[in-house]
Structure formats: structure tokens, C-alpha cells
Design a protein around this ligand. Structure first.
Ligand SMILES: *Cc1c(COP(=O)(O)O)cnc(C)c1O
Length: 369
């Protein structure tokens, strides 16, 4: 039986092995482990990739979100509007700076924060809106920017799943005031450990993040603000520099695989991903919805195929957020997604044959019932 993993980082490494091994050995040989040329060059290259003026390479996506909020001087007493349907790090970053995450439900078509709910969640304490480009598809940025402008709010993009995705022809990362990316190994652009980036077109915010992520110093041992050590390891920057030139090709292959899935799974009693007419979707995750997702997941597993759930518990039903005093039924779309979502294997190195094996296995499941 052919095993089909959910992601295959080994296949990606094999495809880059020669270049990657050299980059790693060169960096180790240089002993430039903190900051230096590879970090600076990666920041420039990533800015160019995102079509944004500034990038600060940082230690994780969560840290990128925290630094973005700190740069905006958001803290205790402030509220930040966050989707209920996201990976928990989005809300955790808000809590970490001492502000309160105010949750809103998702749109049932693109699964991202619903602008209508955002409007209703605004209070005099609201400082920012934090849209997540979930699964690799941009949120409804035109409406969100309009709402933000009307209410004088900042827009912090959580682009941790959407490297390279476009909204109305503009890459994510430069649409709001400031954005966060993650280079967690399984993301569309992944390091060999933790990593992240903050991007912005605003020089002031860039300067603040630059200060904050390196102990608050511009000149060594002269500390202007209370910063942290949130730098990206130079080794990770070297690794990401090898990978970045391949990202567009990898995203195109993900889109091709998504098209094959959507064609192959048409006419089954499952909801397939809908692509927003304003967006390109880079398919960090190919999500289907079915009331039988546990049984389907088990059937796939028995046939050597790994499918996962993103995410089984929405933020408002997490124990960690009991303090928000939400309960079942508060965010019905997010709850529906949490109870029906299944993510099929998705990685650029997947062969057409592997995609077909997955399609056949899902079709078998439904024809048996
Ligand atoms: C991965 C992810 C994060 C956190 O990134 P880390 O690098 O794991 O800290 C934040 N938000 C979303 C939506 C993510 O998918």
C-alpha cells in the first residue's frame, strides 16, 4: 500500500538537497549565527516577494503577531477583533500584549471573518481588526479596510497561512497596516524550525518592530525601549533564502492539485472550497466539509492516507478562553466548520497519481454508504 502523508517535507528536501546542504554548511562555516547578511538579504527578498516596503525576520509567526501589536502600542484596556475560526495563536498574541480578543464569526463561503459581524463587534475600546487569511485564501479586505477607516482602526493581517496569496491583484502582507507570517516547517514557506516575519509599508512601524525584536537596541547595549529577543536565526534565513525562489512554483502546484481534487470530488455529498472572485487561494490547506468527516478520516487512514482536522475546537470553546464567557451556539458558522472540516493531503511534491489515489479513496467511501 502506498502511504500518502499529509505533508512531505522529506520530498521537498530531496528536491533541494544539493543547494540546501551547501547553504547550511556555508552558514555554519561562517559562524554568523545571529543577524548578518543572510537575514538582511532574506528580509529584502521577502519584501520584494510580498511587494511590500519592509520586512523584519522574527522567531515565529506568533512572535510576529505580538510584535505587530506592540508596534501599534496595543495593550491593556484595548480590544482587537479576531475570528473565532482560526488557529489559536491569533487570539493568543492579543492576550499576550494584555489586550482582549473580541471574537467574530466566519463567512460561510470563504471561512474568513465576516465583515458584517466585525461592524457589530466594534466598541469605543476597539483598536484593531485582525483578519486571518485562513487556509491560504485572503479575507474580504476591501470591506475590512473600509470599516477600519471609518472607525479609525488598524488592520493587522495574520498571513501565516497565505504566503503569496493575492487579493484584487495585491499580495497579502501589504494590504493592511502591518502583517505577520509564519515559517513553521509545514507552512507554504517553511523553515527547518520556527520562524516568522513582520511586513509593513509603514516606516515608523518597521522601525519600532526592528527595535523591539532585538532587545530594544539600535546600537548594541543602548536600549531605547523594552524589547525582546525575537530574532530569526541566521541559519533559518539561509534555509528560507534557498526556498523562497521556489515558492511561486510550489503555490501553483498546490493550486493545480486543488483543481484536480475539486474536479475529482465533484458531485459527492461534500462541500468543496469556494474560491473568492477577488482572490487567489494558495491552498495551505485543502478543506472539505462533510458530516461524516471522522468516518472518512478513518477510511483514508486505513488506506494509508493521512487527513487532518483544522481545527476541531473554535477559539470561543477553548478552555484557555473560558474567560470570554462564550458558549455553544455563539458562532454557528465557526462551530459548523469545526465539526465538519477535513483537510486532504496537500504539498507541492504530491504526484498526480497520489492525488488520484486520494480522490478514488474518498469516492469509494461515499459509494459504499
Ligand atoms: C501557524 C499560524 C500562526 C502561528 O505561527 P507560529 O510560527 O507557529 O508561531 C498564527 N496564525 C495562524 C493562522 C497560523 O496558521
Amino acid at each position: 500500500m502506498q502511504m500518502i502523508p499529509f505533508v512531505d517535507l522529506k520530498a521537498q528536501y530531496q528536491s533541494l538537497k544539493k543547494e540546501m546542504d551547501k547553504a547550511i554548511l556555508d552558514l555554519v562555516g561562517s559562524t554568523q549565527f545571529i543577524l548578518g547578511e543572510d537575514v538582511t538579504l532574506f528580509e529584502q527578498e521577502f519584501s520584494k516577494y510580498c511587494d511590500v516596503k519592509h520586512t523584519v525576520a522574527v522567531s515565529s509567526g506568533t512572535e510576529a503577531l505580538i510584535l505587530a501589536l506592540r508596534a501599534l502600542e496595543i495593550g491593556p484596556g484595548d480590544e482587537v477583533i479576531v475570528p473565532a475560526n482560526t488557529f489559536i495563536a491569533t487570539a493568543l498574541a492579543v492576550s499576550y500584549v494584555g489586550a482582549t480578543p473580541v471574537l467574530v464569526d466566519a463567512d460561510d463561503q470563504n471561512y474568513n471573518m465576516d465583515p458584517e459581524h466585525v461592524v457589530r463587534a466594534i466598541t469605543p475600546k476597539t483598536k484593531a481588526i485582525m483578519p486571518v487569511h485562513l487556509y491560504g485564501q485572503p479575507a474580504d479586505m476591501s470591506l475590512l479596510l473600509k470599516i477600519a477607516k471609518e472607525h479609525k482602526l488598524f488592520v493587522v493581517e495574520d498571513a501565516c497561512q497565505a504566503h503569496g496569496a493575492e487579493y484584487k491583484g495585491k499580495r497579502v502582507g501589504g494590504i493592511g497596516d502591518i502583517a505577520a507570517f509564519s515559517f513553521y516547517p509545514g507552512k507554504n514557506l517553511g523553515a527547518y524550525g520556527d520562524g516568522g516575519a513582520v511586513t509593513t509599508n509603514n516606516k515608523k512601524l518597521f522601525d519600532r518592530v526592528t527595535l523591539l525584536h532585538n532587545y530594544g537596541q539600535k546600537i548594541k547595549y543602548h536600549h531605547l525601549v523594552k524589547g525582546t529577543n525575537s530574532r530569526l536565526d541566521t541559519l533559518q534565513a539561509s534555509i528560507l533564502r534557498v526556498k523562497l525562489p521556489h515558492l511561486d512554483r510550489w503555490n501553483s502546484r498546490r493550486q493545480e492539485i486543488a483543481r484536480m481534487y475539486s474536479q475529482g470530488l465533484a458531485n459527492l455529498p461534500v462541500t468543496l472550497p469556494a474560491i473568492d472572485k477577488n482572490s487567489t487561494h494558495v491552498f495551505h490547506i485543502y478543506a472539505i466539509l462533510t458530516p461524516k468527516r471522522e468516518k472518512l478520516q478513518k477510511h483514508l487512514q486505513e488506506n494509508g492516507i493521512s487527513a487532518q482536522i483544522h481545527y476541531p475546537v473554535p477559539i470561543h470553546l477553548q478552555k484557555a478562553y473560558a474567560e470570554l464567557l462564550h458558549g455553544k451556539g455563539d458562532f454557528p458558522v465557526s462551530e459548523y466548520l469545526a465539526n465538519h472540516e477535513l483537510s486532504l493531503p496537500m504539498y507541492a511534491e504530491m504526484t498526480d497519481t497520489q492525488v488520484q489515489v486520494v480522490i478514488n479513496c474518498v469516492r469509494d467511501f461515499f459509494s459504499e454508504k
